[in-house]
Ligand binder design. Structure first.
Ligand SMILES: *Cc1c(COP(=O)(O)O)cnc(C)c1O
Length: 394
């Protein structure tokens, strides 16, 4: 059974919790109290709904992929998160947390980013709401993602290079946490997915579940609008999948499938399939499935898609997996690139590589899905990935 809220220790069954430094505990408790109060306050909801409509561009459409439906022998619909402002679902969460920080009276926002997508979404919300904003980013990622660094700077955010460790996402997470420990009086830390210590996984789910709630109204079983038989979404940290799944979890007439990155192939060890091929452990403040060796050392993930290249996953997904409420499978880099080509040339939509993973699962399973109404959560647009796909194709 799905839980409205995690228990008083922030757990979804045996997953979740808050494994954080003692110095952060008061901040996490304050955040839980502030979010609970704001979420129950109609004036906060009204302000957020207003921004989701006029700034983010919600509701995003549910679009029937007619040519691809014919080709695959299924009734395929796309939930168009790629049409949200900044080109992906991440903005739903950053605008929500931004409004919450404003309500808490904190003038400064920090975040960490890997490829830069969450950094840009955070910088966008910060500019909208008038915050001072700093984004931590590994120096290697800064080199690889120069365009996103410049976007954040245009938006008035300071990008702080992290030179420790391997100079990538996990070092940026540590640096952002160090900043927060020292600055929590005046600073809110915006985590970008349904991960981290309680209350983040629950709060980010609440901000993202608007995706599935809209879909319930769009494909409601009335004329010309079938109800979904299957909903498929990519899973990195798990926020877009959680957002589209959550309202349907427990409805036994709808099959829910989360698709992780099989990278170069599960057997090579270079993948991002924490749910499918990991084991429970503590990463970034919560108990969840993760990629680790026999000694509990975190393993590096691999995916062609930056958003799926993460060795952990949100704790509520771990709960859903063990409870049998959602299925999880994986597809490889090669399959995802193939699906990106397919959607681009048959539907006129270049999907993000993350979203292409979910489509690749649908095409692989098309024969067994014959005649069914299938919804693909198109989590983002693919403009950011075009160069990488060109390089992959050689
Ligand atoms: C970041 C990102 C993802 C992965 O993050 P989740 O928290 O799993 O949703 C998926 N798709 C796109 C387009 C992204 O930018």
């Amino acid at each position: 059974m799905k839980l409205e809220r995690p228990d008083s220790a922030g757990r979804f069954g045996s997953f979740g919790g808050s494994f954080a430094p003692e110095t952060l505990m008061p901040a996490l408790t304050e955040l839980e109290r502030a979010f609970t109060e704001a979420w129950g306050d109609p004036s906060f909801r009204e302000e957020l709904d207003g921004l989701l409509a006029s700034f983010v561009g919600r509701p995003t459409p549910a679009h029937r992929a007619t040519r691809l439906s014919d080709r695959l022998g299924i009734d395929l619909w796309l939930k168009r998160e790629d049409l949200a402002h900044t080109g992906a679902h991440k903005i739903n969460n950053t605008v929500g947390q931004g409004l919450l920080a404003k309500r808490m009276g904190k003038p400064r926002i920090i975040a960490e980013t890997g490829a830069g997508q969450h950094g840009v979404a955070t910088a966008t919300a910060a500019a909208l709401l008038g915050f001072e904003c700093a984004v931590y980013m590994g120096e290697k990622d800064i080199e690889r993602q120069a365009l996103n660094v410049y976007r954040m700077e245009l938006l008035g955010t300071e990008v702080i290079p992290v030179t420790s460790g391997s100079g990538t996402l996990k070092d940026a997470v540590s640096a952002a946490l160090r900043d927060w420990v020292a600055s929590v009086e005046n600073t809110h830390y915006i985590i970008g997915s349904v991960v981290g210590p309680h209350p983040f996984p629950w709060m980010v789910r609440e901000f993202q579940k608007v995706i599935g709630e809209e879909l319930q109204g769009q494909l409601d079983g009335s004329k010309g609008h079938p109800r979904p038989d299957v909903i498929v979404a990519p899973v990195g940290g798990g926020s877009n999948a959680m957002g589209v799944f959550y309202p349907y979890v427990g409805d036994t007439s709808v099959r829910l499938v989360g698709v992780e990155a099989a990278g170069l192939g599960i057997e090579t060890g270079h993948h991002g399939a924490s749910l499918g091929h990991g084991s429970p452990g503590v990463l970034h403040g919560a108990m969840s499935y993760m990629l680790q060796d026999a000694e509990g050392q975190v393993l590096e993930a691999h995916s062609i898609s930056a958003g799926l290249d993460y060795p952990g996953v949100g704790p509520e997904h771990s709960y859903f997996k063990d409870a049998g409420l959602v299925e999880y499978d994986s597809v490889s880099d090669t399959e995802a690139v193939g699906a990106l080509h397919l959607l681009s040339s048959t539907e006129g939509i270049i999907p993000a590589l993350e979203s292409a993973h979910a489509l690749a699962w649908i095409t692989r399973e098309a024969a067994s899905l014959s005649g069914k109404t299938v919804v693909l959560n198109l989590s983002g647009r693919g403009d950011k990935d075009v160069q990488q796909v060109a390089a992959f194709d050689g």
